[in-house]
Design a protein around this ligand. Structure first.
Ligand code: GLA
Length: 423
């Protein structure tokens, strides 16, 4: 991102300090200092296992190899999307005679180590799915009773990322079970990023998750519902995170991230405006950017949104602060903000209502929290265009298209003059 260079001082100092305080005891295995970026099979390819009927989309090594190559050729790896992760339905229905995990050998005839080697040879990292319980959500063998054996298997396969789901298990076991798997993974000595579904099942069962323990154990964790290919799904998940931001954001930061689930841009359900909205909101939330899309057929406009450098820079900002929904305005417009390094702040104004006409919104800089400096420069986030210089007593106006589009912008101080000097 081409940020202008004149920023000084400190915006949203309190927010930053709060999140740093809570990061002291969080997991520090050195992995995922920025939100993970990658590609995962689930949302787009689900559990298609019939390769006779669906030879191009069934879960198997052919699909993974094809999409991995496209992650490189399409510029996604260069933009930061480095993990390629196989979700559910890669396993054989039974373990091997020695009790070890094995893939379905019709769909993965070369075996997982060869596939991981291929992925690594492209410069990508390799991820895989398992489940803490007796079976995965789709009914394949889970890890219960085999934690150490399976951790060793993953390490020997050079798996860089494990998504561990929580179907077919006793939720009461999660507070000890997920940390036990973390210990088993750590003991292998191979660095494996650890994605947990631990709190998602607890939140749904109205059990209060121990986010302190979760952030000490997992690099990221699913908190809430599975995302589907629709605006309703994207919007309702964002609303849940806004509604729960006070208790989630303190645990969010480098190495340990709340996860609102995959990016569904480029599939069947989102309009261009709604796609911009998901990218902007997930960037403001510093959420994992895990795509699930067929890279063979993605449209140019969807690809451009996913690859937008400025939005990715907001998402990957080194502070790692989880953005917050700060305002609700007329027309159900809501404004989210996220502090960035070098005293910049990113904003997203979202207009969800479906009433045809674009809405004009006027917001005081004070309501945006921009009162520390005399003057601020505003820039449009998607294209970096300069939008104007505003005094802290001014109001900022923008127009937003309906039905889930956004106006995304970022600001920095326009002059090194603080209104409130700190001594
Ligand atoms: C659960 C998870 C999804 C996906 C499926 C696979 O529903 O939340 O993300 O992994 O299981 O069966």
């Amino acid at each position: 991102m081409k940020w202008p260079e004149s920023a000084v001082g400190c915006l949203f100092l309190v927010v930053c300090l709060c999140s740093y305080n809570h990061q002291v005891n969080a997991l520090d295995n050195g992995l995922l200092r920025q939100p993970p970026m990658g590609w995962l099979t689930w949302q787009r390819f689900r559990c298609v296992t019939d390769c006779k009927t669906y030879p191009d989309t069934c879960i198997g090594e052919k699909l993974i190899r094809t999409q991995a190559q496209l992650l490189v050729d399409g510029g996604y790896l260069a933009a930061g999307y480095q993990y390629i992760i196989i979700d559910d339905c890669w396993l054989n229905t039974t373990r091997a005679p020695d009790g070890s995990l094995q893939p379905d050998n019709q769909r993965f005839p070369s075996g997982i180590p060869a596939l991981a080697d291929y992925v690594h040879s492209l410069g990508l990292k390799f991820g895989i799915y398992e489940d803490y319980g007796t079976e995965t959500c789709a009914g394949y063998p889970g890890i219960l009773g085999h934690l150490e054996q399976d951790a060793k298997t993953f390490a020997s396969w050079k798996v860089d990322y494990l998504k561990l789901d929580g179907c077919n298990a006793d939720i009461k076991d999660f507070d000890t079970g997920y940390p036990a798997m973390e210990q088993a993974l750590n003991s292998t000595g191979f660095p494996i990023a650890y994605s947990c579904s631990w709190p998602a099942y607890q939140e749904f069962s109205k059990i209060k998750p121990n986010y302190t323990a979760i952030s000490q154990t997992c690099n990221l964790w699913r908190n809430w519902a599975d995302i589907d290919d629709s605006w309703d799904s994207v919007y309702s998940i964002a609303q849940w995170f806004g509604d729960n931001q006070d208790r989630l954001s303190p645990f969010h930061g480098p190495g340990h991230w709340n996860d609102p689930d995959m990016i569904v841009i480029g599939n069947f359900g989102l309009s261009p405006g709604q796609s911009r909205a998901q990218m902007a909101l997930w960037s403001i939330m510093a959420a994992p950017l895990i795509l699930s899309v067929d890279l063979r057929t993605i449209s140019d406009w969807a690809r451009a949104i996913i690859l937008n450098k400025n939005l990715i820079a907001i998402n990957q900002d080194p502070l790692g602060a989880m953005g917050r929904r700060i305002l609700k305005l007329d027309g159900n417009v809501e404004v989210w903000s996220k502090p960035l390094e070098n005293d910049r702040v990113a904003f997203v104004a979202l207009y969800p209502d479906p009433y045809g006409t674009p809405i004009q919104v006027t917001i005081s800089l004070a309501d945006l929290g921009l009162i520390r400096y005399q003057d601020y420069n505003f820039f449009e986030s998607f294209n970096g265009d300069f939008l104007g210089k505003y005094h802290y007593t001014d109001k900022y106006s923008c127009t937003i298209n309906p039905s889930g589009d956004v106006h995304a912008f970022y600001v920095e101080s326009a002059a090194p003059t603080k209104r409130f000097r700190r001594h």
